[in-house]
Design a protein around this ligand. Structure first.
Ligand code: NDP
Ligand code: A1CAB
Length: 270
């Protein structure tokens, strides 16, 4: 397969827009990118916004980024630009390669990607899976996706379900945690605006520290908690009856199960 130069985004919403922003911020040339999204009036400087897929020509990579429910309707409108030299990359939750293959039978290769919104700042773990890439193209995809954070190749497509639950949906849980923490801060006496600012900054600082530390998050929690001190009093509430562990397991199970359910619905042979 030839090198990946021309990239077409099909759907440029929240997630695909974050990926484009991340690639541009990492220094990729805007002229490499085109996008189709009827809901957008503009694209970043230098990126070509198309009303529809060109009648002729093929792209090296087509990044499919519409809502999963729109796959059946949108795929036929762009299939003609997905040829044997095209990598079809899909970020759709719960759309297996078997389904993508039915929609894009001429594609040279298929890659599933599971990013999160932090791709915009080059800080997203990105799940990847493919069963038909040659080594050179796989290395090219890895370099491209590493610009968004880190390329994490998964050993089986089934692992996309738990990966999506943790890393794709994860920012949603963290934002809910921050929101709830800020509200609790106001409940215990802080000004609400100040509590929200502090909650965001505290989570950012704690995450950056954990990302650069040799110690595990569990060990870091122990370092914060002085025996008999304030942190231990708070942790005792979270740990009582394994409350937090149970909540997070149920949270991830629900997200994983939904991904499995979506895959069953979108797969024609599932
Ligand atoms: N949001 C996230 O954090 C993550 C999302 N994903 C996946 O990314 C995909 C997109 O999600 P998200 O970005 O949140 O959704 P959005 O709705 O923000 O983005 C989808 C975009 O596709 C556009 N669109 C609709 N019809 C067409 C069409 N015919 N041709 C081209 N574009 C079209 C929509 O326009 P309009 O709004 O006008 O309909 C919208 O801008 C999903 O499949 C999801 O599973 C994966 C990981 C994380
Ligand atoms: O909620 C969703 O279905 C998508 C996939 C992961 C994040 N957002």
């Amino acid at each position: 397969m030839k090198t990946i130069d021309a990239i077409l985004f099909v759907g440029l919403g929240n997630m695909a827009g974050a990926i484009l922003d991340g690639w541009l911020a990492s220094g990729l040339e805007p002229g490499r990118f085109s996008a189709i999204d009827p809901g957008r009036e503009s694209a970043p400087d230098g990126v070509t916004l198309l009303p529809e897929a060109p009648a002729q020509g093929e792209f090296d990579l087509v990044m499919f980024g519409v809502k999963p429910q729109l796959l059946d309707a949108v795929a036929p409108t762009v299939e003609h630009v997905v040829g044997p030299e095209t990598v079809l990359m899909s970020m759709l939750a719960g759309a297996p390669v078997s389904t993508l293959r039915e929609h894009f039978p001429r594609a040279g290769a298929f890659v599933r990607l599971m990013p999160n919104l932090a791709a915009a700042i080059g800080a997203s773990p990105c799940g990847l899976w493919s069963d038909d890439l040659d080594d050179e193209t796989r290395a090219g995809i890895t370099r491209l996706v590493d610009r968004l954070g880190s390329a994490e190749w998964l050993e089986s497509e089934e692992l996309f379900h738990p990966f999506t639950a943790l890393a794709g949906s994860g920012p949603g849980y963290v934002y809910r945690f921050i929101e709830t923490l800020a509200r609790a801060g106001a409940d215990v006496g802080l000004d609400p605006g100040q509590a929200e600012r502090m909650a965001v900054q505290m989570v950012e600082g704690a995450a950056r520290l954990a990302a650069g530390a040799k110690a595990s998050p569990g060990e870091l929690a122990r370092r914060v908690a002085s025996p008999g001190g304030t942190t231990q009093a708070g942790l005792d509430v979270l740990d009582d009856g394994d409350a937090m562990r149970t909540l997070m397991r149920e949270c991830l199970q629900a997200a994983r199960d939904r991904s499995v359910e979506m895959a069953g619905k979108s797969s024609k042979d599932g």
